[in-house]
Design a protein around this ligand. Structure first.
Ligand SMILES: NC(=O)c1ccc[n+]([C@@H]2O[C@H](COP(=O)([O-])OP(=O)(O)OC[C@H]3O[C@@H](n4cnc5c(N)ncnc54)[C@H](OP(=O)(O)O)[C@@H]3O)[C@@H](O)[C@H]2O)c1
Length: 310
């Protein structure tokens, strides 16, 4: 089993090569409160990289787990994200995220999605997942180029050690580059064996952007793939560990989430795949999205696949 290393960002700082996804599957008060338990078990298992977001409502529990762990702040790499309905209030939203976390800086601050809009609830936004995926009024201004300029100012202040984007495509990254002074350090996208994103990966590599993978296991659908199960038997690990090892072999930073200590440990104890086995996992690609699906109205958060550049 290979040790978990880190990857150099274009800022010169490093990002741990695997992070714990810090979104709760249950948005209930009980589900959210339980996150502190599994964040703490992840810290005990050796995780130092955590991926949260303002909309996950877990920033406060992550900050509490970090403090309770007794591990010094500077050993952690904490990512959070600006919601797509806070683009008119970027400075306020960032301050709120820091306050929720109880930190005076984050290691990485991302624009959560290229879409920009507002909900009936205004700044406080949706109160449930159903509302979040429901009616979003798309705004023409500010654009994500404007939002990026605000993130650049936050970066200059030193309170976000690196800045980046999430759910950006070749098309939206090119659009961003027309005004950006800083190249994003990271682009976090859905990526797993059924959505290998090889072209986007190549583009980001050329631009010096590290790609992080969300839904990196592909959940149960990909986990049960016969090729991955067979490779698991070959390396004496689970099919999830094969997918995660494949990310690491491709220089992608996977962000697996698990509420269970045993799985958290498995997910950072990965084999080194042979180049042929990396290829056979890449060959499973079928351009299939599991999380970021276009809805029945042909849109995801108000944008079509064409607008998203998918
Ligand atoms: N930027 C974005 O727009 C965006 C969107 C979605 C997600 N994300 C980020 O990505 C993270 C992960 O995404 P995700 O939860 O969709 O995908 P995931 O980590 O691939 O899947 C999580 C699911 O897999 C199970 N699991 C984890 N490890 C396992 C193992 N070794 N064996 C069997 N089952 C295992 C977990 O169950 P148990 O908890 O029961 O172990 C959970 O049901 C999120 O927490 C979030 O940080 C970002």
């Amino acid at each position: 089993m290979a040790a978990i290393t880190s990857i150099k960002l274009n800022t010169g700082r490093s990002i741990p090569a695997i992070g714990l996804g810090a979104a709760a599957s249950e948005f209930t008060p009980e589900g959210l409160a339980d996150t502190e338990r599994w964040f703490l078990s992840a810290i005990k298992a050796g995780y130092r990289h955590f991926d949260t977001a303002y909309v996950y409502k877990t920033e406060g529990y992550l900050g509490a787990a970090i403090r309770a762990s007794g591990v010094p702040r500077e050993e952690f790499f904490v990512t959070t994200k600006l919601p797509w309905f806070h683009s008119q209030d970027v400075a306020r939203s960032f301050d709120d995220s820091l306050r929720n976390l109880g930190l005076d800086y984050v290691d990485l601050y991302l624009i959560h999605t290229p879409q920009i809009g507002e909900y009936a609830g205004g700044y406080d936004g949706p109160t449930s997942l159903a509302e979040m995926f429901g009616e979003l009024k798309i705004l023409e201004t500010p654009t994500f180029n404007d939002t990026w300029a605000e993130l650049e100012r936050i970066h200059e202040s030193g309170r976000a050690r690196a800045i980046g984007v999430s759910n950006f495509s070749f098309k939206t990254l090119e659009q961003l580059s027309t005004t950006a002074k800083i190249v994003p350090a990271v682009n976090q996208v859905e990526l797993h064996p059924y959505l290998a994103q090889t072209d986007l990966l190549e583009y980001c590599r050329k631009k010096g952007i590290v790609v992080a993978a969300y839904t990196p296991s592909g959940r149960d659908k990909v986990r049960s793939d016969p090729t991955l199960v067979a490779l698991g038997a070959k390396y004496n690990v689970t099919s999830t560990q094969i997918s995660l090892a494949w990310h690491v072999a491709r220089g992608v930073v996977p962000l697996p989430s698990s509420t269970k200590e045993e799985r958290q440990k498995q997910n950072i104890t990965l084999p080194t795949l042979s180049p042929e086995d990396v290829e056979s996992v890449t060959a499973l690609d079928r351009y299939e999205r599991i999380f970021s699906k276009i809805g029945p109205d042909g849109k995801l958060f108000g944008w079509t696949a064409e607008q998203l550049g998918w």
